[in-house]
Design a protein around this ligand. Structure first.
Ligand code: APR
Ligand code: PHB
Length: 390
């Protein structure tokens, strides 16, 4: 089989790039190791930068997002007994974010690929890039007992942090930067009315908490937990009681609790691989970088990778111009590191670090005092949260 672009990974990054390229007549295939049901069973975050929402519309996948998603013009930070609102619309010059579950977004992307007859292979085993430093790369994968070869011009590694693509690059050709945080997030999804029409990020001496939502009948909540905790250590009742302890009394009093339909603990990590290209292999999304979810940058930092790769491949195939391809890694990393900075800043601002110094406690207090007394500080937060320009 021969295609122009072979994409490893059928998550949001791979699906979005495949859809955008297909609409421009560029032939792609997606090789996904899991079943579609498994991919769609994963619960992920739910805040989209306006840039990602625009990409969904450009990819002809934005109709349900625009119908069912919610435009949010701000969010709240609860700290030291206060509830302060961050006015994203005012401080970002009129921008906002779209609150829409990434699971639903991934479903929309799959349905769009099906509608166009896009080639998506599920349960592709032992996907392996070959000759990535040559001008004739190819990928093999196993389907049952059959090994299938896909010849291509370019390979896109959109296979997430644990994928095969980054590991296919000679280790002496890449440098990895990582920070693992000394805590995780215990998340609960419940079919309950959200406690607040806008998100509430809470800093508390017992630890961080977050009140989010997927719709007006589906709520998403998180509490910071030690890395030693296991999800089976937490009953629903224990979770709700701990969440209430970390919220302002007037919010806790109106929290509607209910059975969890999903409950899991996610570790927090910051990670970047440089460069994001080796020969004809390009890394995109979680395959190249990971952020702690505090700043809601995960999918949104994948968005600019996809935008840059889409235009680079378009220029290559339509104009014979390889400027975008040759500049992809540097351009993507410039925005990735700004997302890393913002995610680290939000995580440091809102979490209780087990080994913190009293000095750092006072610095954290001062961050809040400065943030909510300075228009410049709130403009900085807002422009990062709604998404820096691609
Ligand atoms: N071969 C084929 N597919 C693979 C392999 C492999 N060796 N390893 C992983 N995959 C698949 C996974 O099953 C997954 O469906 O690659 C896909 C990667 O998807 P994500 O992990 O969601 O990464 P990405 O598409 O970059 O999404 C970026 O969106 O899903 C959210 O918050 C999440 O930050 C993440 C962001
Ligand atoms: C979520 O809704 O899952 C969510 C929202 C905002 C974040 C992280 C997660 O910063």
């Amino acid at each position: 089989m021969k295609v122009q672009v072979c994409i490893i990974g059928g998550g949001p990054s791979g699906l979005m790039l495949s859809q955008l390229l297909h609409l421009q007549g560029i032939d792609t295939i997606i090789l996904e190791k899991s079943s579609r049901d498994y991919v769609l069973s994963r619960i992920r975050a739910g805040v989209l930068e306006h840039g990602f929402a625009e990409l969904m519309r450009e990819a002809q996948c934005g109709e349900r997002m625009d119908r069912e998603g919610e435009i949010h013009h701000g969010f709240y930070i609860a700290h030291d007994g206060k509830l302060d609102r961050v006015d994203l619309h005012k401080y970002s010059g009129g921008n906002s974010v779209m609150v829409y579950g990434q699971t639903e977004l991934t479903r929309d992307l799959y349905e769009a690929r099906d509608k166009l007859g896009g080639k998506v292979v599920h349960n592709a085993a032992d996907v392996t890039p070959h000759d990535i430093a040559s001008d004739k790369p190819y990928v093999t994968y196993r389907s049952g007992d059959e090994v299938i070869r896909v010849d291509c011009d370019y390979i896109i590694g959109a296979d997430g942090f644990h994928g095969v693509s980054r590991k296919s690059i000679p280790q002496d050709k890449i440098k990895e930067y990582e920070r693992v945080y000394p805590f995780g997030w215990l998340g609960v999804l419940s079919r309950t009315k959200p406690v607040s029409p806008e998100l509430i990020y809470a800093k508390h001496e017992r630890g961080f908490a977050l009140c989010s939502l997927r719709s007006q009948v589906l709520s998403r909540y998180y509490v910071q937990v030690p890395l030693t905790d296991k999800v089976e250590d937490w009953s629903d009742d224990a979770f709700w009681e701990e969440l209430k302890r970390r919220l302002p009394e007037e919010i806790a009093a109106k929290l509607i609790t209910g059975p969890s339909i999903e409950k899991s603990i996610a570790p927090l990590r910051s990670f970047v691989c440089e460069p994001m290209r080796y020969g004809r292999l390009f890394l995109a999304g979680d395959a190249a970088h990971i952020v702690p979810p505090t700043g809601a940058r995960g999918l949104n930092s994948a968005a600019s990778d996809i935008y840059y790769l889409y235009h680079a491949l378009l220029d290559h195939y339509k104009k014979g111009d390889d400027t975008g391809i040759d500049g992809y890694s540097q351009r993507a990393l410039a925005r990735i590191w700004k997302a890393q900075r913002f995610s680290w800043w939000m995580t440091t601002l809102l979490h209780r670090f087990p080994d913190r110094l009293p000095y750092e406690d006072r610095l954290q207090d001062t961050e809040f005092e400065y943030l909510f007394s300075s228009d410049a500080a709130q403009r900085s937060l807002a422009e990062n949260y709604v998404g820096l320009p691609f």
